[in-house]
Write a protein that binds this ligand. Structure first.
Ligand code: ZN
Length: 205
């Protein structure tokens, strides 16, 4: 399976990621990376906070690639930190979108909490963009989050998994829901030619 050519992302999701990137890389770092990708028009000018599907997935993928290239060996860690900050932004600024307001997670076992937040993320993405295909699976006691419309690796090719920003967001989401840090591994990636990007929740760290 491949990415659809007309894939788009809604403004608010990109706004989240760029605001998070500015927190992690500073304004100058963000602007430099935006100018290296096709998102240069967002330098000093974040996308509006709405659900218009105005940004191409390929542009968002280029932005991710530009961060890896700009920061060299530090790029992957940078992308994970941006993913973490992006979840924090979503949970603080847009809890209604995530549908987690007032959730009584404390009463649930760890595994249920993990599934709850991963399902909330998949549902929020699907609710705001009809192109998104994302779901949560549990097999052999392993919980995994899967997306076959991943914008981070759109049109990119790699021997290895490259959706580092997603790893950061999912890790932070699980930490928010459980109070604990879990190891997350990307086991499949569309950049490698896989049918989807799959992120498996491992052991508590
Ligand atoms: Zn991906």
């Amino acid at each position: 399976m491949t990415h659809r050519e007309d894939a788009v992302i809604v403004n608010t999701i990109v706004r989240q990621a760029l605001a998070a990137a500015e927190e992690v890389m500073g304004k100058n770092g963000l602007n430099a990376v935006l100018r290296l990708s096709d998102l240069g028009s967002f330098a000093n000018n974040l996308p509006p906070d709405n659900l218009e599907p105005a940004i191409k997935a390929t542009e968002y993928a280029q932005f991710n690639q530009a961060i890896e290239e700009f920061y060299g060996r530090g790029g992957r860690g940078m992308l994970k930190r941006i993913g973490k900050a992006s979840f924090q932004y979503a949970i603080n600024e847009q809890p209604a979108l995530l549908g987690v307001a007032g959730a009584a997670l404390k009463l649930l076992p760890q595994k249920q909490r993990i599934k709850f937040i991963l399902n909330s993320m998949a549902n929020a993405l699907k609710k705001t963009n009809s192109q998104v295909e994302a779901w949560v699976e549990e097999e052999d006691e392993k919980i995994a989050y899967i997306e076959s419309s991943c914008a981070i690796c759109h049109s990119r090719k790699s021997d290895k998994e490259i959706c580092y920003l997603y790893l950061g967001s999912l890790g932070e989401a699980i930490e928010w829901a459980t109070g604990k840090s879990y190891e997350i591994t990307e086991t499949h990636c569309m950049a490698k030619g896989d049918e989807y990007c799959r992120f498996e929740v491992g052991e508590e760290e």
